[in-house]
Design a protein around this ligand. Structure first.
Ligand SMILES: [Ca+2]
Ligand SMILES: [Ca+2]
Ligand SMILES: [Ca+2]
Length: 427
């Protein structure tokens, strides 16, 4: 469209210029032809006038010639007069026509001068127009070059426009693809959100399961620990059973020895009584009392080992380290003693008094052989007990006795045999 418009403008401009030149040329040609025709008419008219003038002079010459007779002469004269009148009239008419033609000639001459001047002006105008035409031709060339350049630019722009249209179509296609991708992605996002929520729910369920699993593992660990403790207890039980068998064997032997000794003791007692009876008569009762007083003054350090305390013919020891009941008893046996056996209230008070505040200690008391049947380590049953209220309760299988400090004095409690405690030996 732009090219067409430019072409139209260029063509119109050129066309107008050419048309204007043609119009001016035609007008000038018409004028030249009119002028020539006017001049030709003037020349013809001048010729006619000259002929008429010549004819008139010839007639004048003929009129002046003398006549020989009167009638014809009169008729001739009349006719001549008539003709002279006609000629005079004609002469006047021709003179007037001549004057008119002269005036017209002058007018034509004036017009010719004017036309000449106008012609010169027109020449000048034509020259200036030629110059302008050349300028316009140069301008037209420039414009043509510009038009060509613009056409080239237009072609380039058209090509670029085509590329842009192609790119636009491609971009539109890309946009459609992107829109489609966007829709797909939106659908994917919705799907992922749903999956995320499902995963959150699964995560919470797994966390719950994990907590339960952790608790289960902890329980298994506790069970494992308890199994180990149970195994240790079983081993200890087996060891105790073996010890029990050995002790029972020893007990049987000792029982036999005891019976023998009891028999011997009875015999010796009888001998002693006899001897006492004999001595009673022989020894002064005062000397006997003095001897007894001296024995009572003997310090306990001389009667018992170091760190042991003497009480009513027995030595007692409180450990400074802690062991379980079996190892505590083994330590006592290694010292030629055993865990303390409390035979009466005085001994209970004494043993309790050996402990400091907040101290507990193993004593020779157990129901490991028969649950609920408490016996001393020498297999003798418990006749007088000092249990805490509510004890023994066999909590988690407690089978070993301990001395416990309370505000109301020493009391007994059953505890787990593998607890680490101080211990009290007696020998
Ligand atoms: Ca005792
Ligand atoms: Ca028990
Ligand atoms: Ca208890």
């Amino acid at each position: 469209m732009e090219k067409m418009e430019i072409d139209d403008i260029a063509d119109d401009g050129t066309y107008n210029l050419l048309n204007q030149g043609n119009i001016h040329g035609r007008k000038w040609r018409h004028r030249y032809v009119s002028i020539c025709l006017g001049l030709l008419c003037i020349v013809l008219l001048a010729g006619n006038i000259g002929q008429l003038v010549y004819s008139y002079q010839a007639k004048q010459d003929n009129i002046t010639c003398p006549a020989s007779t009167d009638a014809p002469q009169a008729a001739y004269n009349a006719l001549t007069q008539n003709q002279n009148d006609i000629l005079a009239a004609e002469n006047r008419r021709l003179c007037s026509e001549r004057d008119a033609l002269s005036a017209e000639k002058q007018q034509f001459n004036a017009m010719l001068r004017n036309l000449t001047e106008h012609n010169e002006q027109l020449h000048q105008i034509c020259t200036s127009l030629r110059i302008e035409r050349d300028k316009l031709g140069f301008s037209i060339n420039n414009v043509t070059n510009k038009i060509n350049l613009l056409q080239a630019n237009y072609s380039g722009l058209k090509t670029a426009c085509g590329h842009i249209k192609t790119s636009y179509n491609e971009l539109q296609q890309t946009f459609k693809d992107l829109q489609s991708d966007h829709n797909n992605l939106t659908a994917d996002v919705s799907l992922l959100n749903t999956k995320y929520k499902n995963l959150q729910t699964e995560k919470e369920e797994l966390q719950t399961r994990f907590s339960l699993e952790v608790k289960r593992v902890q329980s298994e660990r506790n069970c494992s620990f308890l199994r180990k403790e149970k195994d240790q207890l079983q081993e200890s039980l087996q060891m105790l059973n073996r010890s029990n068998i050995e002790i029972q064997t020893n007990y049987s032997l000792l029982w036999k020895n005891k019976e023998l000794l009891t028999t011997k003791y009875a015999e010796l007692t009888k001998e002693k009584e006899d001897l006492q009876m004999r001595c009673q008569n022989l020894i002064n009762s005062t000397d006997i009392l003095k001897t007894k007083d001296k024995i009572g003054e003997i310090p306990s350090e001389l009667l018992c080992p170091t760190h042991w305390r003497y009480f009513k013919t027995k030595c007692y020891f409180v450990s400074t380290v802690k062991k379980n009941w079996t190892e505590s008893r083994r330590a006592c046996i290694s010292e030629g003693a055993d865990l303390v056996i409390i035979n009466n209230h005085e001994e209970q008070s004494f043993v309790h008094g050996m402990l400091h505040k907040d101290q507990n200690a193993w004593i020779g008391l157990t129901d490991s052989l028969t649950e609920g049947v408490w016996m001393w380590v020498d297999k003798t049953p418990v006749t007088k007990s000092y249990w805490l209220p509510g004890q023994p309760n066999n909590y988690r299988g407690q089978d070993c006795g301990e001395m416990v400090q309370t505000d109301s004095g020493g009391k007994w409690n059953d505890d787990g045999c593998f607890s680490q405690q101080l211990w009290i030996c007696e020998k």
